[in-house]
Design a protein around this ligand. Structure first.
Ligand SMILES: Nc1ncnc2c1ncn2[C@@H]1O[C@H](COP(=O)(O)OP(=O)(O)OP(=O)(O)O)[C@@H](O)[C@H]1O
Ligand SMILES: [Mg+2]
Length: 428
């Protein structure tokens, strides 16, 4: 495939809203635009102020647009793991065509058949992640199209989330004047990208430590099997530093980024720095070792909470160990502390693309990679309309349904349309 395809991902985080414009060509990604704006209106991963969130999204979109001189229309959206539930589902259909060859239409129908499960009124379907197809009792098929059979089955995982959480995210994106190309759970996108195939197969936890929350995604047998969120992140560390050192929050954040260390044993006693004290003209001197104790206490508590979550989720063994990512994962000494408390192998994951070589961008890059993989699988490449003209055409966002009807119908669009239709209901 020589054609390149543009994707824009939107990660609405508690610390910052990140917009990434990526060009996918022959499975490789080039990041061509980045927007990263301090977020307002998001706490512990969930939206608490719609207007403030919309403003943050608009600013981040603007930043990314300026880098490429084009406007953004369509985004791949990550939704937080708060209140998310994973459930196994199964779809079964009879193969439709006369010659019994499995086609895109059968793939659509089997996906639809898997959605028949009743979902409680306060929950909403986000995705169905296919795990294997079974054609006339022959299992472990990744792609049954072109095969001959009578009965097609699909085993997958249904992801549902709280209607309120999803509705608020969708409302913000809509108000920011953006259309949604795809929606994926943030931990699915981050884990899919950060973990190697072996790690995904053997049983590994991807832990994304952000500003206001820490997301855990467990992968086993190649699939996401569990996901949960702990409402503790890097911002708690900043707050602790600010309180103990009696210094303003912005100073505490600066100190954390510049001198922070998570592991007391390895922190330096000679690395000294001065900290302004709130309400006085004086400055106090501290060492890295001193603040590593403050930071360590909070992070030890976080890793203990992670162990509790492993226990609650029934995760007894992680042969692939733990992969740490998210903005906070960049803190010096964090893998050592994690190893010490989790008592397993720990590695740090950082994206390798120019412009986004920071663990805070793992989810953003993962969203693009995941959407691309999905599009390749469903033959949707070439149908994207992520970018448009330099001037924004739509100042007043029209209802989602109306705008989506204007989308040109592409060949092989069936499954995409289905994903999009799922969310139209909110705007009816
Ligand atoms: N170099 C660094 N060293 C230490 N901490 C860092 C560094 N860079 C960023 N952080 C911290 O990472 C956190 C933000 O991470 P990230 O951008 O992944 O969060 P988010 O996605 O906005 O939030 P969440 O996922 O909780 O909704 C902040 O607390 C920030 O201080
Ligand atoms: Mg995040």
């Amino acid at each position: 495939m020589s054609q390149s395809e543009l994707y824009v991902s939107l990660d609405i985080g508690s610390s910052s809203v990140k917009v990434l414009i990526g060009e996918m060509a022959n499975k490789s990604l080039h990041v061509i635009g980045v927007g990263n704006v301090k977020s307002n209106g998001i706490k512990k991963g969930a939206i608490v102020d719609i207007d403030a969130t919309v403003q943050s999204i608009k600013k981040a979109v603007d930043q990314a647009e300026r880098m490429i001189g084009k406007s953004i229309h369509e985004v791949v959206l990550g939704i937080p793991a708060n209140k998310m539930m994973l459930q196994p589902v199964k779809g079964v259909v009879a193969v439709n065509s006369e010659n019994r060859e499995i086609t895109d239409d059968d793939m659509d129908r089997v996906l639809e058949a898997a959605q028949v499960m009743s979902i409680p009124p306060e929950r909403e379907l986000v995705n169905i992640i296919p795990e294997q197809y079974i054609v006339d009792h022959l299992d472990e098929i990744k792609d049954p199209r072109g095969m001959i059979g009578i009965r097609l089955e699909m085993d997958g995982t249904m992801v549902t989330t709280s209607k309120t959480i999803l509705h608020n995210v969708l409302r913000c994106v809509e108000r920011a004047g953006l259309q949604i190309r795809d929606i994926y759970p943030q931990p699915l996108a981050a884990g899919y990208y950060a973990l190697t195939e072996d790690e995904k197969n053997h049983g590994t936890a991807c832990i994304d430590i952000g500003g206001g929350s820490t997301s855990i995604a467990i992968f086993q047998d190649g699939h996401l099997t569990a996901s949960t969120v702990i409402p503790v992140g890097g911002d708690h560390v900043t707050k602790d530093l600010s309180i103990v050192l009696k210094t303003p929050t912005d100073q505490a954040e600066k100190i954390k980024l510049e001198y922070g260390h998570a592991f007391y044993d390895n922190a330096s006693e000679d690395e000294l720095f001065e900290v302004p004290v709130i309400g006085s003209d004086t400055k106090e001197q501290y060492s890295q070792k001193y603040i590593s104790e403050i930071i360590g206490v909070r992070l030890e508590e976080l890793f203990e909470l992670i162990l509790d979550e492993f226990y609650r989720l029934g995760v007894q063994d992680l042969p692939g160990g733990v992969v740490l990512t998210g903005g906070m994962a960049k803190l010096e000494g964090l893998p050592e502390l994690a190893r010490n408390i989790l008592q397993t192998r720990v590695r740090l994951f950082t994206p390798e693309y120019i412009g986004v070589r920071e663990p805070q961008y793992t989810t953003s890059v993962g969203l693009i990679q995941y959407a691309y993989m999905d599009d390749v699988f469903y033959g949707r490449i070439g149908s994207g309309a992520a970018l448009g003209n330099p001037q924004k055409v739509e100042q007043e966002p029209k209802p989602q349904k109306q705008r989506q009807q204007k989308q040109p119908k592409e060949e092989g669009e069936g499954v995409v349309t289905k994903a999009k239709k799922m969310f139209d209901r909110f705007f009816e």
